[in-house]
Ligand binder design. Sequence first.
Ligand code: C2E
Ligand code: CA
Ligand code: CA
Ligand code: CA
Length: 279
Amino acid sequence: AKKSGRKAIVLGSPELNEQVENLIREENNLREAFAKGDLEMFYQPRVDLKTGKIVGAEALMRWRDPIRGLIAPKDFIPLAEEIGLIGKMTTWALDQVCLQQRNWQDRNIDIVPISVNLVAEQFLDGQIVTTLEKTLEKNSLAPQYLEVELTESAAMQSPQKTVELLKQIKALGILIAIDDFGTGYSSLAYLEKFPIDILKIDISFVQGVTVDQHAEVITSAIIAMAKELKFLIVAEGVEIDGQRQFLSKHACEEGQGYLFSKPLPATEFADLLINHITY
Ligand code: C2E
Ligand code: CA
Ligand code: CA
Ligand code: CA
């Protein structure tokens, strides 16, 4: 009966029919995966470019499917946004990261701040501040060990409201990073109004360094501007030593990328901390 019900709402070509069915199947798969705990957080270190020490990490979501294996965020985050599941998934991610930090701290591991990616939706419904506060409290975690990342485009969907919420988040003692900087439609004026602590230069600029003069000019200009505004600067997508050299030369403080490490499962990331790995 389920199948015929589904067919009844689908008009059009057999191809379209199949696409819609696949989408419905994938939606169900994702809801089920979330419910039964098949999502997992990976951790990618953030490195101090001077000392080579791990000074933070970004939490990145993976879907570990028993049959298909690891599924990348690009293959399920957009769907999660579409079906309105992303808010719940992010709340889960925040809890997961705090729980993990608590566990590591209990084992006397020298933990570092870990950032979680937020979405625009959460800046519109206003629940985010309470969620963050509760999660920290529940896991008895000091706020400096949790950070949040927000893309420029998400921040700009409702700038006024975002400014208010970011102020409240900051008041909790949680640092705020602007993600994918340089790719959104932000006005530079708002950068000054947002209570931001960290600016992450988008991978597209960083990857152009050493091969494209324009990318170099833009990257060094972003670093110079961020310094004036007293933001901590993180370069995303550092893959080769030449890029690291360029970034160091322009006094970019931190880098994240395959040159140091890919995003890792929790236990592998913990090993880096336990062994005080430097790059
Ligand atoms: P993002 O927030 O910009 O995350 C950085 C992405 O760059 C990650 O991809 C990371 O694996 C990748 N990356 C890091 N270093 C390098 C490098 O040296 N070279 C290259 N080519 N890539 C590098 P990932 O994990 O596939 O995530 C993609 C995007 O999916 C993220 O981009 C973010 O927008 C979204 N995402 C991931 N996890 C979450 C989550 O928990 N919540 C939300 N809302 N979005 C997430
Ligand atoms: Ca991010
Ligand atoms: Ca990014
Ligand atoms: Ca991105």
